[in-house]
Design a protein around this ligand. Sequence first.
Ligand SMILES: *[C@@H]1O[C@H](CO)[C@@H](O)[C@H](O)[C@H]1NC(C)=O
Ligand SMILES: *[C@@H]1O[C@H](CO)[C@@H](O)[C@H](O)[C@H]1NC(C)=O
Length: 373
Amino acid sequence: MFFKLFVVSLLTFLRILHVSGCDFKCTDKPVFNPSRLVVRHGDPASAICTVCEHACKPITHDSVIGLEVSVGETTTNGTKISWKVDNITEWKSAPKCYYSLTNDHCCSSLALTIYQPPDSVSISYVNHSGPVLEGHQYTLQCIVQDVAPVESLAVTFYRGQAALGPPQSKNNTEKTPVTEIFTLNINPSREHDGLQYWCEAKLDLGPEGPQGPEGPHVVKSNNLTASVHYLAHENQAASLYLISITAGDTLQLNCSAMGNPSPSYSWTLPKAPSPSSASVLTIDSVDFDHEGQYICVASNNLGNITVMFNVDVQVDLLPIIAGLAAAAVAVIMGISCFVYTSHYRHTRTGHYRLKDVFRLRRSTHVAVPNGVD
Ligand SMILES: *[C@@H]1O[C@H](CO)[C@@H](O)[C@H](O)[C@H]1NC(C)=O
Ligand SMILES: *[C@@H]1O[C@H](CO)[C@@H](O)[C@H](O)[C@H]1NC(C)=O
């Protein structure tokens, strides 16, 4: 009894020795069918190993063939050994099929991949929450929980429907499920406001992997809505505008800034602050009292933008020109009348002599009595 046990133990020991001293490069290796097996953790699996298809035939009584497995059952039928397991609950079981002749230990392993799609995929900012500011850099992280094998995992970040860079993967050969964090730096701009950031974890297990309409195993994250805050004036360069306007015209000062949240406005007029909180200040009929400096401050939680307008009110020259023109016309008409009248008198009553008029006026002047002398 004891001897029998000892022999069995010895044989087992020798087998293990054989397997561990395996030659994986021998010609005519045992052949698995299928040659590669991709199984989801917990699913059933089966394969058949054919030992000694050509070179080692015939199998003799001193040859040993076998299939070393850590789970499931094996059934030997001639040179074929089948392996079957109802549900794979291990992560590293790679069945090894072998035969041993006197000086020849030939082995092959089943290429077995046991996978588990991620339990969850989530996206968030690293060390940040809430709105982001334009012009600042942030880091997105995609956390993939409990996935195996992680080396088959590729993670892609998206904004809306646009992929942000090539898929990322990790150099990690761990076969059991692991949690990995993938990161991506982003520079939000105002066009990204309202768009969704998300990431996608794809477990690409090759042609033997799960196929069907859904393709490789893909798990999408939650959506992270970008709320991008900013404040800007359309014309960044000019914050002082020189405005020349004619009295009586309508003055319109446009302080509109672009911002999220929408900016609020406050105005200081040349003489006093104004109750106006509109982006455009309108004065219907400008007069000289409206001349001076107008200051508008557009602000939101990001800060302030100050826009200044120097308003110069000019005299309306049109009525003056019109008046001058009218006066000129009147003068010309007056002269014409005078010339016409003189000419008419001359032709009708003879020559009118200016010289005589002067003489007459002078003599009259001399004739005025002087009361003092
Ligand atoms: C996040 O913030 C913590 C403490 O505020 C810091 O220790 C950590 O390094 C930060 N992580 C990153 C990725 O910046
Ligand atoms: C004010 O300026 C903004 C931006 O330059 C423009 O979109 C808007 O139409 C302007 N408003 C008026 C009343 O001119």
